[in-house]
Design a protein around this ligand. Sequence first.
Ligand code: ZN
Length: 280
Amino acid sequence: MSVDVECWDQIICRNLTGETIKPGRSCLEGARSLLGLFKERDIKATFFVLGNVAEAFPDLIRQIDAEGHEVAAHGYSHTPLRNLTPTGFKEEVDRTVSLLTRIVRKPIHGFRAPEFSITMNTLWALDTLVDYGFRYDSSIMPLASSRYGIDGFPFGPARVHLDERSIVEVPPSTAQALGRRFPVAGGRYLRLLPYQVIRGAVRQVNKEVGPYVLYLHPYELSTERLTCRSFPCTVPSTQAWKTEFLWNWRRERIRGKLLRLLDEFRFSPVREVLARAIGN
Ligand SMILES: [Zn+2]
């Protein structure tokens, strides 16, 4: 079970206007509501936290840690690696790791790149992660796509060797259907696919490669309509309408599907699953 701790307004402003804005309170509320749900269902998860969210809400990160979840890193500003130089990436990792370790006072073992953006062109990022002591990464989508992914990458956890050193890669889950491979770990797939399809995908992943990797975002379970209206960045109205429609469509169904998944399957933080699966 994993959560990418980032804010909807930040992601939309960056994607549509290129502006970087500070995380807002809705992000904090979304994350706390997920924490409440996990507590109620006795679930522990891995929270991949954005550096700028940790900077704005250090108490939230302390709460995540205090409630027994794993705190991991998601970069500082949610810039995809294709838009960063190796030096820029190193600066992002450096800033995020020092913030997180200062807040939780323990080493950070896991990393997930914004938009799963470790591809063949940005594989250099794994070296930086090893330099910073990361034990695992969860950024490589094991399929061919124009947006992300490495075609032919193992579908389940695998050790990636880098000269003398290595890191474990935990790819987001994908499943085989209609003669091709589809991402099924979260995001729009969790929102749009019927529960029976998701359940079938989880069973397929469990059978084929072991653990199913699920990811959620704090804003996905919010009961309020996501809207660009109160944004600190200016989104043109036609883009705002389209964005709101796409992100709100069937979003109210995520909660029910998540609850059914929690009823049917057992979930743990990435670190714990890896320790059981490959002794990492
Ligand atoms: Zn993200």
